[in-house]
Design a binder for this molecule. Structure first.
Ligand SMILES: C[S@@+](CC[C@H](N)C(=O)[O-])C[C@H]1O[C@@H](n2cnc3c(N)ncnc32)[C@H](O)[C@@H]1O
Length: 314
């Protein structure tokens, strides 16, 4: 444990995210892509009317702000934002001001999902997006889930991005291999830590320009197309996948979270149907495979996909 009782792992996780999340402000298309999903009540498998007048907790909020903007737009009366440390607060406050969200609609609290600084049954809607899988262990993730459940009002709801059910080879083999390379190969680590769309695009253009000399089937227009493949969004995604110290996603599938929420007295525990994420970078070509698991290839690559769960407290 370090200063303020945070473990080195927690400090490292939050530092990484604070830096990555600044890109959402630098490139509005990243922010807007997440906002469009968060604004759609179907993303929580809930009707739009649910949110009116509700008190919301965003546990592990980070400093992107899209979720807060969405909750305010959907009619939530108050949104409490919680994350480790305090460094994320000025960043998030800036985003809130840019979007005209009144101070009275927001609270900012330092804290950990391990021990939420709130009384039992404080919130109507307790959300935790992309946090459980970055905790130290499945035991910590279970503790966090207990805390999220504790602060949910009776009749209120939990929404959590839990993990990946029956992961395919991408998450079982490819991502872990790249994460291992990031840990062990200092050249690769340096490339990833400093990755920019300009650098990757320049590298791709150099290689493809030289290849055009030998393979005349590469059209001259290919160069313009290559410039669209790797954006700041792609760079942020790559860093997100490789830099974060812990990735428990493949352990925390639907059955894992359902079992815990059942025992915590939740009902109507359901998986939110997967949404199609429209991409503008190289992932444009992966999105159809990720969304539609009806083919052998897509199932092999992505398994049962990411699990977002919503459940009601009895
Ligand atoms: C993938 S980011 C997600 C941020 C935000 N929910 C979003 O959707 O943009 C994970 C966040 O969880 C936070 N986090 C990690 N461990 C935490 C803990 N024990 N308690 C609270 N927040 C934590 C990190 O600091 C980081 O901001």
């Amino acid at each position: 444990m370090g200063a303020k009782g945070y473990s080195d792992l927690q400090k490292r996780t939050k530092e990484i995210y604070i830096e990555q999340h600044k890109n959402y402000s630098r490139d509005k298309s990243i922010f807007n892509r997440f906002l469009a999903v968060a604004l759609d009540p179907k993303s929580y498998d809930l009707p739009k009317e649910f949110f009116a007048g509700k008190s919301v907790l965003d546990a592990g909020c980070g400093n992107t702000g899209y979720f807060q903007v969405a909750m305010h737009a959907l009619g939530a009366s108050h949104i409490t934002c919680l994350d480790l440390g305090t460094e994320w607060m000025p960043e998030l406050e800036k985003v809130m001001k840019e979007h005209g969200i009144p101070d009275s609609a927001l609270s900012y609290r330092e804290g950990s999902t391990a021990a939420l600084p709130f009384a039992d049954e404080s919130f109507d809607f307790v959300a935790s997006n992309g946090v459980l899988m970055h905790l130290e262990s499945a035991i910590e993730a279970e503790k966090a889930l207990c805390e999220l459940a504790r602060v949910t009002k009776k009749g209120g709801l939990i929404y959590a991005y839990a993990g990946i059910s029956s992961p395919g080879i991408v998450d079982r083999y490819i991502v872990p291999a790249l994460r291992k390379a990031y840990q062990e190969d200092s050249d690769f680590r340096q490339y990833i830590d400093n990755i920019t769309p300009e650098q990757v695009t320049s590298d791709l253009l150099t290689c493809f320009s030289s290849a055009q000399e030998f393979d005349k089937s590469f059209p001259p227009s290919l160069q313009g197309y290559i410039q669209t493949l790797f954006t700041l969004d792609s760079a942020t995604f790559t860093q997100n996948m490789l830099q974060v110290p812990v990735q428990l996603g493949t352990v925390l599938g639907f059955d894992w979270i359902k079992d815990k929420l059942d025992r915590l007295g939740f009902k109507n525990i359901r998986r939110v149907p997967e949404k199609y994420w429209v991409r503008s970078d190289y992932r444009k070509f992966l999105a159809p495979l990720h969304y539609n698991r009806d083919t052998r290839l897509s199932k092999l690559l992505y398994g049962d996909g990411h699990v977002k769960v919503v459940a009601e407290k009895l």
